[in-house]
Design a protein around this ligand. Sequence first.
Ligand SMILES: [Zn+2]
Length: 390
Amino acid sequence: MNIQLIHLFDIKQLMLIFLCVFFTSCSDQKTKKKGEIAVRHETKLEQESNFTQQKITDNLYVVKSNNYNTNVGVFIGNKEIILIDPMTGSNNHHALLEKIKELSNQPIKYVINTHHHEDHTGANSFFAELGATIISQENIKYTSAKYGVTFKDKYTLDLENERIELYHITSHTFDDVLIYFTKNNTIFMGDTYMTNFFPHFYYGGGSNHHIDSIDKVLSLGDKNTVIVAGHGKLSSNKAELNTYRKNSIQWIERIKELSLAGKTPDEITQDEKIKQLALAFCGNNTVHTQTIEKTISVDYNSSTPLPENAKNYEGMYQYKNGEVDELIFRDKKLMLRRKGAYIFELSTLSDTKFHIKGQVPYRYVSFSNDGKELTYFNGKESQIAKKNNK
Ligand SMILES: [Zn+2]
């Protein structure tokens, strides 16, 4: 099951990258002649080499490869460079390094990740080998991304000319980080905000967390704070984030309303209101059935509370092939995780059967009545793991 599960994620991530590239926001097409000086808080872009860039302040740039739609932050300190999300690794890291060298010759001291997805962390190893320290939220240990220093809730980097505050949130994934440059008044939101895609909160705890994360960003800084999305436009502002928040709430409520009225995910994709919102999110009104299915499964299929004995399921479960899954009960949530692989929240189907949040509805884990055996069903086949009594 696990190989299939991992492959499924790879495919999903590739699809997301593809969709993000495909749905590049029209506003990114606004380019300006090379050499003009971009002014802070204006969305004037420069086209140079294979990268589009925006100068946010004298110290802070957002750059984007023309091949990939990930927004990469480059902070230039007095003695160091800090990189946010060095996008995908394959073949692009050298080009990114060249791009950075155009901006400054300082050493790259830190790489900060907004979350573990490959299109944000792919070049972590490359920059770590050049001497950079990678900073991520600690749940990145349960993914395949390269990491270095980790933190739990909050982390602060005090530099000569900047103080960077990192906040752990869960929305898009379980290792989401908001990166707040307090002096340059800019917040990197990773994929908790994309200006060219649907709200994407299937892995990190559902729509409530999605809205909470936006509210956290709106509570930081001031009305001029620059917002950097994970994909899409190079920079946004709080007014645009507020519109995105409003649209997100309408999206979540409309899907809920239609779902509770008995509409199928397929029918929901054809709803006029849903199509209108898709146009606002993505720039076109195509909605895929799976997008709706996942929103329903994360939000509305999980209203049953966990059983009272949920904590008893905590422990390590070993499969025949030697792989081990861990069950933990934390913050009133039952989580399934594996080092170097994945972390999921489980929601209740019955006292012994749990849906894996963020997965299509038919994937589940169940426990034997004595709690000594876990069965993972991937939609096609089951695998059984035995509880380790250590
Ligand atoms: Zn992502």
